[in-house]
Design a protein around this ligand. Structure first.
Ligand code: TXA
Ligand code: MG
Length: 347
């Protein structure tokens, strides 16, 4: 299949109209959101949805998020909308918050992997919103990467993974948030974060009071409740080792390992803040700077692109710096822990 990458300059672009036609015809299209790029299909068409799983190589027991462009559509895709969901929609939509609610009969089981709940979000990106409006449909979309790879934050990343597998990639530039949405389960007694993301737990508590963080986010032994959480994820070609602890101790430990790798003739990649980089004897290592420790949103925006950049180098191993787990740091650490396969060195 030939893949067209279409730069969308304004919302009257004919390629955006073509994308909506493809969705209506049961085809799949990659499009930008504020978090990461998505791979979309008509959420009401099981055959179209199956094409997403095939293109990504995604396990069929990992359910998809349904994207909407108006609050009216929320009542179409959810069977019940509690007051908390309305409050959250008012505060955070359009934006990086996905709510899990009971699913309406319209939503086919292919989307929800057979669950009786559905994940719903209104993305904050003009191209995504216009695509949903022009197609007149709710759009099911996972991140537009090959299953297991870091999520795409540019059209180039999507093309790297899915070129030849899909007809059209809408290019809306680099995404702003850079990490996927927060997944919040509203079906239990206490709202529970199943995946930390663009909206922080602190922001949710502001609106809801009590909010739980699912045990598997901090404790890896628990059985994951968000089905997608159990798979290898965000992994570059080289193995990742994640370092946690005070900067001075992390620097000492990393310097020791860098020296050892050098002796062994192995090449290390370093994924570190500018502050830690200043404390390292990096030699000929491939360094990728995340940004400053004081700018966690900036780091969030960069992290997936940097993980992908190591695939363009010949590094054998990637040493990554851990960050404080507050605010958006919780989401960054969640993705880095997964990228490392929970290979974490506590210093
Ligand atoms: O920011 C985002 O959320 C991006 C953009 C494209 O919107 N989408 C995204 O989709 O990250 P995906 O498929 O990569 O991740 C969806 C997550 C998975 O962890 C999945 O298991 C969970 O949401 N999920 C979906 N439906 C669920 C449900 N009914 N119950 C629990 N978890 C669910
Ligand atoms: Mg994904």
């Amino acid at each position: 299949m030939k893949t067209k990458i279409a730069k969308i300059k304004d919302l009257s672009d004919p390629d955006l109209l073509w994308a909506a036609e493809l969705i209506k015809k049961g085809e799949i299209v990659a499009f930008p959101t504020e978090t990461v790029y998505g791979l979309g299909a008509d959420a009401l068409d099981p055959q179209a949805v199956k094409k997403i799983y095939v293109a990504k190589g995604r396990p069929s027991d990992n359910p998809l998020i349904v994207h909407i462009a108006s609050v009216e559509q929320l009542y179409e895709v959810a069977a019940a909308v509690p007051e908390t969901a309305e409050l959250l929609a008012e505060r955070f939509w359009p934006g990086p918050l996905t709510m899990i609610l009971p699913k309406s009969e319209k939503i086919p089981p292919e989307i929800t992997a057979g669950l009786d709940t559905v994940a719903i979000r209104m993305p904050n990106h003009p191209v995504a919103l216009e695509l949903i409006r022009k197609s007149g449909l709710p759009i099911a979309a996972p991140s537009a990467n090959l299953s297991g790879k870091p999520s795409p934050t540019s059209a180039k990343h999507v093309a790297k993974d899915l070129y030849g597998r899909i007809a059209l990639i809408l290019d809306g530039g680099e995404t702003i948030v850079g990490l996927e949405s927060t997944v919040l389960d509203l079906c239990g007694a206490i709202p529970t974060v199943l995946r930390p993301g663009g909206v922080t737990a602190e922001e949710l508590r502001d609106v809801l009071g009590d909010v739980r963080i699912a045990a598997e986010i901090s404790d890896n032994d628990e059985k994951p409740r968000s089905p997608g959480m159990k798979y290898t994820h965000y992994k570059p070609a080289a193995d990742v080792l994640l370092f946690e602890g005070p900067a001075a101790r992390v620097a000492e430990k990393m310097n020791g390992m860098i020296a050892r790798y050098k002796q062994q003739g192995r090449k290390a990649g370093l994924l570190v803040t500018s502050e830690l980089a200043a404390m390292l004897d990096a030699g000929s290592c491939e360094i990728r700077l995340m940004g400053s420790r004081d700018d966690l949103p900036g780091i969030a925006a960069n992290i997936f692109a940097l993980l992908r950049e190591f695939d363009e180098t010949d590094v054998d191993i990637i040493l990554a710096e851990g960050l404080p787990g507050q605010d958006i740091g919780m989401a960054i650490m969640n993705r880095l822990s997964k990228a490392s396969g929970y290979n974490i060195i506590r210093c």
